[in-house]
Design a protein around this ligand. Sequence first.
Ligand code: SF4
Length: 255
Amino acid sequence: MLFQNVVFGPIHSRRLGTSLGINLLPSDYKVCNFDCCYCECGFNTKDLSEKHTLPSIHDIVLSLEDFVKKTDKSEMKKINSITFSGNGEPTLHPDFANICKFIASFRTEYIPQAQLSLLTNATHIGKLEVRNAIRYIDNLLLKLDCGTAEQYKRINRAATLSFDKLVENLIRFGQGSTIQTLLTRSSNEEDGIDNTTDEEFAAYMKIIKAIKPKRIMLYGIDRATPNTSLIKLSTEELENYADRLKFLGFETEVY
Ligand code: SF4
């Protein structure tokens, strides 16, 4: 599923409540330096190195002005989060810091109760310009789906960043953040996708202990996935994994 507009929703988000989405990527295909087997936007269809037309800050201003004009004040009051998400990885936008700054001031003026949230695969959180942008974010949600390089390769299918470097970034900059983790396994043995084994989950928990996040969100598959062999875990099974994290003292929620 791709988002057609720069500003979309508000939609009901399992994790964020009523969320007004901001899509900083193209409207007709995904741009991401991961290519997760479960990505709701589908698999990558374009190379990251190609030239992509991304919305400018001017486009974003116009879209938000239009949203304000069309939306009742009572509806605006229901929004819990203004969320950078959409068709790929938001921090790939070259003007991300300025956009965050603008949206933070828009939020203060029009939707002051809403948190500013960023859903990111965490690959760029070590970059200075992204660190500058994150100063404006109230709710930083960093992806970590596994505990080993093998599952990282199979699940997240990263274009460049190694698993060791990703973990190093998360440990350095992820303290106090929210870690978001999708748990799944494939019914096709050839995929080798499974972040739910005892060994894998133990390796994952070891990294979580080093990151020291404020909160962990565990979730399962909810919509159609590009790899159609992925299995949706039951809430009960997700709760079992959550209990193991809670036992370590981490606030953990299941979605
Ligand atoms: S990081 Fe997010 S946008 Fe990128 S491939 Fe994974 S799920 Fe899709």
